[in-house]
Write a protein that binds this ligand. Structure first.
Ligand code: ATP
Ligand code: LTN
Length: 324
């Protein structure tokens, strides 16, 4: 199976990104052919600091490697290093109805957030994402739940293209984690944990003291019991999900463990688990920060390997469309 996924090099990685996307990647790289992409061309669709951008992208690559992405097992590269991504995006744009793009909830959200810079790139964002995925004849796309609509659109674009020009692309499948596909905000547990709401996030690189503070301050629900019930107890249920995924203990086990304990004890214990689980990532990142040349080498090698695959698909797509 070929696996493809991407993450934007904007903002810091939070535990939602980790549990929704990266953790699946780590499992998949042990048994499948994985391609991971730092999607810098997607990131520039909202205002960004172009003077610092190269450095930000490199630091993001370091974070992924620190999380455990292994360049010996997976291809990791920067999107703009493989020009076929933008080339195929143009071709796919000619078969994608604008009505479909108008329906994308991420576009609607971002248009509200960045009222003064609603550019064509932001509108076409999902077409570039379809291009990322289809270029590699991808079987599986492991992402969090919020990206489901984009993957569905990718499937629809591929089907339309194949119908019009003959079979060119594999139809990829969305892969959501069984648990953790939508980690909720620590402050407003009915909303998704998102980089755009800083206080809602627990970042992978937060210091132990900050982790403790954020968890102790996390919104809980009325009542006293540690029970999983996302409708009636969204705060505690979200924390139970996080606890379970980082500790490997099932929700049932955790409910039992904290049967006669209060929210305070539960949160203290969760903070401990998080500090212990995230410490190796912080340590590895520190080590890698001194190895810029090595990281750049990995990314260049990754781009070369990706390009071999991408160029074969683009050739076929152009040929089938009657282009040279
Ligand atoms: P934003 O805050 O702008 O929405 P983001 O936090 O969603 O950004 P992305 O780079 O867009 O970050 O997402 C990277 C990956 O993490 C995607 O696969 C996405 O589905 C996943 N993801 C993001 N937030 C969550 C979350 N709260 N729970 C689970 N998965 C998530
Ligand atoms: N839109 C995605 C990032 C992304 C992606 C991809 C994910 C860009 N191209 C291809 C999977 C496959 C997001 O997480 N915001």
């Amino acid at each position: 199976m070929r696996v493809f996924s991407g993450i934007q090099p904007t903002g810091q990685l939070h535990i939602g990104n980790y549990l929704g996307a990266i953790r699946q990647w780590l499992e998949l790289q042990e048994k499948e052919e994985c391609i991971f992409c730092i999607v810098d061309l997607h990131a520039i669709t909202i205002p960004y600091n172009f003077r610092e951008f190269q450095d930000i992208v490199l630091k993001k690559a370091i974070e992924y490697l620190a999380c455990g992405i292994d360049p010996e097992k997976s291809i990791i590269f920067i999107q703009s290093d493989v020009k076929e991504h933008t080339e195929l995006a143009w071709l796919l744009g000619t078969v994608c109805p604008i009505g479909d793009l108008n329906r994308m909830t991420q576009f609607k959200d971002k248009s509200k957030r960045f009222k003064n810079s609603i550019n064509a790139g932001l509108f076409n964002y999902p077409v570039l994402m379809a291009s990322d995925i289809l270029l590699y004849q991808t079987d599986l796309v492991p992402v969090g739940k919020d990206q489901g609509q984009h993957v569905e659109l990718t499937r629809s674009i591929a089907r339309k293209f194949n119908k019009k020009f003959g079979k060119t692309f594999k139809i990829p499948k969305l892969l959501l984690p069984k648990m953790g596909a939508k980690i909720m905000s620590l402050q407003e547990p009915k909303k998704k944990m998102s980089k755009s709401a800083l206080s809602s996030c627990l970042f992978l690189l937060d210091e132990p003291k900050v982790i403790r503070e954020k968890i102790m301050k996390a919104t809980t629900d009325s009542g006293k019991k540690i029970l999983y019930n996302p409708k009636r107890k969204p705060g505690i249920s979200n924390l139970l999900t996080i606890y379970s995924l980082f500790s490997g203990k099932s929700i049932k086990e955790l409910e039992k463990k904290f049967e006669n304990k209060g929210y305070g004890d539960f949160k203290k214990s969760l903070a401990k688990v998080l500090i212990k689980s995230l410490e190796p990532i912080r340590r590895k990142r520190k080590e890698l920060l001194n190895r810029e040349v090595y990281i750049k080498e990995i990314l260049k090698k990754g781009a070369k390997r990706a390009q071999v695959l991408a160029s074969s698909t683009i050739k076929e797509a152009k040929n089938n469309m009657g282009l040279t």
